[in-house]
Design a protein around this ligand. Structure first.
Ligand SMILES: Nc1ncnc2c1ncn2[C@@H]1O[C@H](COP(=O)(O)OP(=O)(O)OP(=O)(O)O)[C@@H](O)[C@H]1O
Length: 689
């Protein structure tokens, strides 16, 4: 009985079709999905690079392209295109089975053949070959198709190899890139193994068995169980992350069990949240009670929305509780008394009073409280006198610590007198109040921003054991003051840590421009090791970011309005445009200026259809087709009031500067296709010279 499968590559094409064409596509393929393909007319293409490819008529204009392996009675829907494009596509593609890892691969053979003469010409007169140092047998061992070796042997520069990225199957491109960038065969194999869908390598690989290869490639091919599943897949053509996971995402999210806490890191847009969502579903489907948490309320709402798309089964959904850490804290403490959160005005005045007459500034004292006293939950002066002040840049002697402790007591006394507390204070209180763990699994997104007191609470909410904590974060996007060493809290992720490196959101052009904004220093990971963005890349290409200088802020806002108008004229939906800036008052000006230009604009998060403007902090977790970052000038970035003076505490100073860099990086990496950055007068020192 025939079975239908759908290729990942089909989904974005389908998403762009007119609704009436979509209906015809669905009707044509519903027959396959219902296993009643009889009567469907599949046409062979003469001269095709792969004899197993067919086309199918959708209507007068549209054709489906289908892979019909000789064995297995499976039909895989590859593309839906206008008649001529469909024929050209069907004629050019060649399918094969990767001989090293057994996955299904497709390449654009016609385009590769057309590249050959140009590469031959470029190689004329030079003896150097990019992969001259690698034996054929090693190329084959790494899964390079024997038929492609003559072409590989023509490469003389890395740029030429990069030009082949879109034409070659991903595992083969990865292997060649690794070798070309100086990795040895063993290292290149480690890269290729990332494309293995399972931990273990496949046994002997049959080059003609495409159906088995399809089953080994769930990130690219989804087998459809019947018409209902087909309708469900086609109903969400933009959300391919629901169905197609990258092999690394899949291995991490669907691993039967971890012996203890597991960690997933990765740069912006590498699908960490997607992986966390799939893990939540996986654990809940096995019957576990799951807490899925993150830093802010907006982020939790976004998780809830995405979970709604991923999980249909109400019973499974009911086992996943989504809540941000502050709300969890509030509700745990709220069972005992009604918490009252102190506002910044009260805190500022308490710290100002407590600092008077001491050699310390209010900000130094308040940071010492948050990052040492509350982070370590120190209860007495003796505890504070004895503690290790990791992360602080100025040593304090005993007498100085006593002065600090008195100031802290004065502030906590003031807060208590007003009946108020801060969230980290409450988190420590909540951790003490949790009597027994309420969940089988806790999944934490945006882990880099969670305060140690909040970690203490989360740790108490799940019993120690297999699959207790699944921690997802990126130390390069740390935009709040939290610095945690998980091991100091008894959370050990050694040996259970994975890094995602393929960016799904942003173009390589935007990434290459944005990564240097972070500066050269490696970030401090949650597991105390240095975290780098090595290997972080995007397969998507597009325009380079545009950086514009203006004489003054008014002109800069005029420039923004002109840029937004241009995007709108190009057909970009207003709500697919985001505008980020450092300060709230600038957001207000942006919204006013855009409205004056007749462009609907709102403060994020907003459900209204219009351009979304917000501070860089508010942009976390969002994404837009086009992003404008406004006010990237020397006065705003870094923001002077967010920076500890270097002579007060050099470590705090460095952390603050880094946090400002991260903010700019976060804002820029919200862009999918286009990034525009502007400043008035002098540029931020973070921008490239
Ligand atoms: N396997 C996948 N297939 C298709 N799209 C994916 C996949 N994984 C992630 N994406 C898409 O890539 C984008 C980024 O994913 P996600 O938000 O999970 O990344 P992230 O690493 O959490 O990003 P950030 O750290 O910037 O918040 C989203 O649009 C998501 O839908």
């Amino acid at each position: 009985m025939a079975q239908l499968a759908i290729a990942n590559s089909f989904m974005p094409q389908y998403a762009k079709l007119e609704p009436s064409v979509r209906r015809s596509v669905e009707a044509a393929f519903a027959k396959f999905a219902a296993h009643t393909e009889a009567g469907l007319h599949l046409e062979k293409i003469t001269g095709a690079k792969d004899p197993r490819i067919r086309t199918i008529r959708i209507d007068r204009f549209w054709r489906g392209v289908v892979l019909a392996p000789e064995r297995g009675d499976v039909y895989c829907l590859l593309a839906v295109l206008g008649h001529d494009d469909a024929i050209a596509y069907a004629a050019s593609r060649r399918f094969s089975v990767n001989q090293a890892i057994g996955v299904l691969e497709v390449r654009d053979q016609v385009a590769l053949d057309q590249m050959s003469p140009a590469l031959e010409k470029a190689a004329e007169g030079t003896v150097f070959r990019l992969l001259g140092h690698v034996f054929d047998k090693d190329l084959i061992r790494l899964g390079i198709d024997e038929e492609l070796i003559p072409l590989v042997r023509l490469l003389t520069t890395e740029a030429h190899l990069q030009a082949l990225e879109k034409l070659l199957p991903e595992p083969q491109y990865i292997a060649l890139l690794a070798l070309a960038t100086g990795q040895n065969v063993q290292q290149a194999w480690a890269e290729v193994a990332q494309c293995l869908p399972a931990e273990e390598e496949p046994g002997p690989v049959d080059p003609d068995d495409l159906v088995t290869a399809m089953r080994r490639t769930p990130g690219e091919v989804a087998f459809v169980s019947g018409p209902e599943e087909l309708a469900d897949i086609l109903a969400h053509p933009f959300d391919t992350w629901r169905i197609f996971l990258h092999p690394v995402q899949r291995r991490v999210a669907l691993r039967p069990s971890y012996s203890g806490p597991a960690q997933v890191t990765g740069g912006a847009g590498t699908g960490k949240t997607v992986t966390a969502l799939h893990r939540a579903r996986f654990l809940a489907e096995k019957g576990g009670r799951v807490l899925l948490t993150t830093f802010t309320k907006n982020l939790a709402q976004a998780l809830e929305r995405q979970l709604g798309l991923l999980v249909d089964d109400e019973e499974v959904k009911s086992r996943i509780h989504v809540q941000n850490v502050d709300a969890i804290t509030y509700s745990v403490v709220g069972r005992h008394h009604r918490p009252n959160i102190a506002g910044p005005d009260l805190l500022d005045s308490l710290w100002a009073d407590a600092a008077a007459g001491t050699p310390f500034s209010p900000s130094f004292l308040s940071r010492e409280w948050e990052q040492i006293v509350l982070a370590q939950d120190l209860q007495s002066e003796d505890d504070y006198l004895a503690c290790t002040r990791t992360g602080r840049g100025v040593p304090l002697g005993r007498a100085q610590r006593s002065v600090v402790w008195r100031a802290v007591r004065e502030v906590t006394g003031g807060l208590a007198a007003a009946g108020k507390s801060t969230f980290p204070q409450l988190a420590n209180e909540a951790a003490d109040l949790v009597e027994e763990p309420g969940y089988d699994h806790v999944i934490v997104d945006e882990a880099q921003d969670i305060h140690p007191a909040q970690w203490r609470l989360l740790r108490r909410m799940v019993a120690e054991g297999p699959d207790d904590l699944f921690i997802v974060g990126d130390p390069h996007q740390r935009i709040y003051d939290s610095h945690v060493s998980l091991s100091s809290l008894g959370i050990n992720v050694r040996g259970r840590s994975t890094k995602l490196r393929l960016n799904y959101r942003t173009t390589q052009e935007i990434l290459s421009w944005s990564v240097p904004l972070l500066g050269a220093a490696p970030a401090q990971g949650l597991d105390d090791s240095a975290d780098t963005l090595d290997g972080y890349r995007s397969p998507i290409h597009g325009r380079r970011p545009l950086v514009r200088r203006f004489a003054d802020p008014d002109e800069e806002l005029d420039g923004l309005a002109a840029q937004v108008r241009e995007w709108l004229d190009e057909g970009v939906e207003p709500s697919a445009i985001g505008v980020a800036t450092r300060y709230n008052y600038v957001v207000r000006k942006i919204v006013e200026r855009l409205k004056r230009a007749g462009i609907a604009a709102y403060h994020v998060p907003s459900k209204s259809a219009g351009v979304q403007a917000g501070t860089m902090h508010k942009m976390k977790g969002l994404e837009f087709r086009c992003v404008a970052v406004v006010g990237a000038d020397g006065n705003a970035l870094p923001s002077a009031r967010a920076i500890t003076p270097e002579d007060e505490d050099p470590k705090a100073h460095a952390q603050d500067v880094q946090k400002e860099r991260c903010l700019l990086f976060v804002a820029c990496t919200r862009a999918r296709d286009n990034l525009y950055v502007s400043y008035a007068a002098s540029p931020s020192p973070f921008l490239p010279a």
